[in-house]
Design a protein around this ligand. Structure first.
Ligand code: M6R
Length: 611
């Protein structure tokens, strides 16, 4: 949940760390800090964002060619200067940055206190720093051995970078459950929670595996497991460009990412759909195709926006491939005792590939014999490495905490999978299969048309920016779009919003409707159209304000709604991809007008690597 960056080489570490932290700020942004190792050790840290850290470090010594940085999302201890990372051990021998949670920290702390250790902060990380130091001092071993020994005593998750004041030329890194990437340069190395702080300097990376320890100097690095067996470093080329991780001319990453959707969907298609749009090929599924074709049930597990994409997937798999689907919150699934039958296929969806609950649910289902298929955006992240087969979404880095282009890419992959399985199982006629691929292929251009409504939608947002509540209604595969619209509004503008299947409104939420209640209705032309028109009338009869997302040219709803936002006509199977765009814009503009921090909403982080 936090972001880590570290450097060892000939360059000055500080600017590399600061830039890296800015790129990682999406992972947590309640405090930030750096440790610079030169003749001595300088630690600068404070509550707030990376820009506050820069202010704090102004005028101080920022030299040194080795260092580590951290941007925090608080777990143990409130956001404060003292709880910020890096943490120094009591006698100043070790400095540590940590992403994850040491679950048995209270027990370890008790033991350390009884041996005379005192603590400055409330964090689990300081406990680890002192544990390492106590082993180092008491057992008179090397820093590396002290770290290994401490890690055998720790229960929990960690991505760690550690430096010892007696071995100043070296960084020690370890990973279990929290991601860590090593960037391999010429006489220099980088460490980071993901590749974004690294790509500016090198395209060669090693994604560390769980329970691996790396010891890094400017000239070399070794990779071992906790027991000190040598591991082979798999150096890979990362294909991330700087343009992809910069805001460009956009005011916020979220806005940039909304506008990127025609391209990110194209990229999701690329190489997977033939030029004439007559065939889908998903190479990553090969291993799991026999199971997918014979399974009696698919269980989709995910969290947040990815869960909403999963609900669209449920509709698609049931409608076109005739496979029964259950969609589960990963956090609920993993803590129940779910019935997993022989032949069950689990589809795990995650933008980051690091969501702790999704990862744990995968591991549990795998142990019980299910075939796991991943749909992830971040290559090399933890989830794809746990799955039997999978499809990357290729949406490019998503930096805004509110997920936008990841959702549409996930839905694109799910659509391709459902159409392909339907065709292979014979439940989707060849003509319909080709027709659906073509409809999907037209989506990027149709989204471009919706993007032209940005200014018009902004005016609608102005009308509702002071609302305290909002309702979102949709039917069929547009119900998950209603949920997604409500989530977007909640998370970035802090307006309470709920999504409902439109027909459910009568069973309770209708009591909320009065002249102050904006009701966003997704009402494009499909088989439920007449029903949703009736739902709009029910809202209007109670003086609710209706903002309807409609098919271009719809005159019926225009006459009854307060505002209509048109989207191009499309097949109902692909309508979620178009209708979600106006809802993303609405939330974005309302949040900006309310002065909210769009890319880094309060209390949130981009990847939730804690349970
Ligand atoms: O990286 P993941 O897709 O696994 O993340 C799941 C959720 O944490 C994520 O979708 C979250 O709900 C977003 N902030 C929604 O915009």
């Amino acid at each position: 949940m936090c972001g880590i960056v570290a450097y060892v080489g000939d360059r000055t570490a500080y600017p590399i760390l600061i830039k890296g932290l800015q790129r990682l700020e999406y992972r947590g942004y309640d405090s930030a800090g750096v440790a610079l190792i030169n003749d001595g050790l300088h630690v600068y840290k404070c509550k707030g964002k990376v820009k506050d850290l820069e202010e704090h470090a102004k005028g101080k010594s920022i030299t040194g060619n080795i260092g580590m940085g951290h941007t925090r999302w608080a777990t143990h201890g409130i956001p404060s200067d003292t709880n910020s990372h890096p943490h120094i051990s009591m006698n100043g021998k070790f400095v540590v940055v940590h992403n994850g949670i040491i679950e048995n920290y209270a027990h370890l702390k008790k033991g350390l206190i009884s041996r005379g250790y005192t603590f400055q902060s409330e964090t689990d990380t300081e406990v680890l720093a002192n544990l390492i130091e106590s082993i180092y001092v008491e057992q008179k071993v090397s820093a590396e051995i002290a770290v290994r020994s401490a890690l055998t005593k720790v229960i929990g998750a960690y991505g760690l970078v550690i430096s010892c004041s007696d071995e100043k030329d070296k960084l020690i890194a370890a990973r279990k459950g929290s991601p860590l990437v090593i960037g391999v340069g010429e006489n220099e190395y980088f460490l980071a929670s993901d590749a974004t702080p690294i790509v500016e300097y090198t395209d060669k990376v090693v994604y560390m595996d769980d329970e691996e320890v790396a010891v890094i100097t400017k000239d070399s690095f070794t990779l071992t497991n906790i027991q000190n067996d040598t591991k082979e470093a798999n150096i890979q080329n990362v294909t991330l460009s700087i343009d992809e991780i910069d805001k460009g001319h956009y005011e916020h990453f979220m806005l940039k990412e909304i506008y990127e959707q025609p391209l990110s969907i194209e990229d999701t298609f690329r190489g997977r759909v033939t030029m004439d749009h007559s065939k889908i090929f998903l190479g990553g599924l090969t291993e799991a195709l026999p199971q997918l074709l014979s399974t009696k049930r698919i269980i989709i597990i995910a969290c947040g926006t990815s869960w909403h994409a999963g609900m669209v997937g449920e509709y698609l798999f049931e409608e076109y491939a005739r496979i029964p689907v259950e969609v589960e919150y990963a956090s609920e699934f993993r803590y129940r005792n779910p019935v997993i039958q022989e032949g069950d296929v689990i589809i795990a969806i995650s933008q980051s590939g690091e969501t702790a609950d999704t990862l744990a649910a995968i591991k549990m289902a795998k142990e019980r014999g299910a075939t796991i298929v991943g749909i992830c955006n971040v290559a090399g992240s933890s989830i794809p490495r746990e799955t039997h087969a999978g499809v990357y979404t290729h949406a490019g880095p998503e930096i805004g905490v509110a997920s936008t282009k990841a959702f549409t890419s996930q839905v694109t992959v799910l659509s391709m999978m459902a159409f392909l399985l339907g065709k292979m199982k014979g439940s989707l006629a060849p003509d319909n299969y080709i027709h659906l691929i073509k409809e999907l292929g037209k989506i990027p251009d149709k989204i471009k048309k919706v993007l032209e409504s940005d200014e018009y939608i902004k005016k609608i947002a102005e009308t509702y920016k002071d609302a305290s509540n909002a309702l979102y209604l949709g039917r069929g595969n547009l119900f998950p779009v209603a949920l997604e619209g409500a989530l977007k509004l909640k998370e970035i503008s802090y307006i309470h919003a709920e999504g409902y299947p439109a027909a459910e409104m009568k069973h309770g939420p209708i009591a909320l409707i009065d002249e102050n209640m904006p009701v966003f209705v997704i009402a494009t032309k499909d088989k439920s159209y007449d029903k949703i028109v009736s739902n709009i009338q029910e809202v209007k009869a109670r003086n609710g304000k209706v903002i309807a997302i409609v098919t271009e040219g719809d005159q019926t709803i225009k006459k009854m709604a307060d505002h209509v936002i048109e989207v191009p006509d499309c097949h109902e199977a692909v309508a979620p991809l178009l209708t979600v765009i106006p809802l993303q814009f609405i939330s974005y503009h309302i949040a900006v007008m309310r002065g909210c921090n769009v890319d880094q909403p309060r209390n949130l982080a981009k990847s939730v690597t804690v349970e």
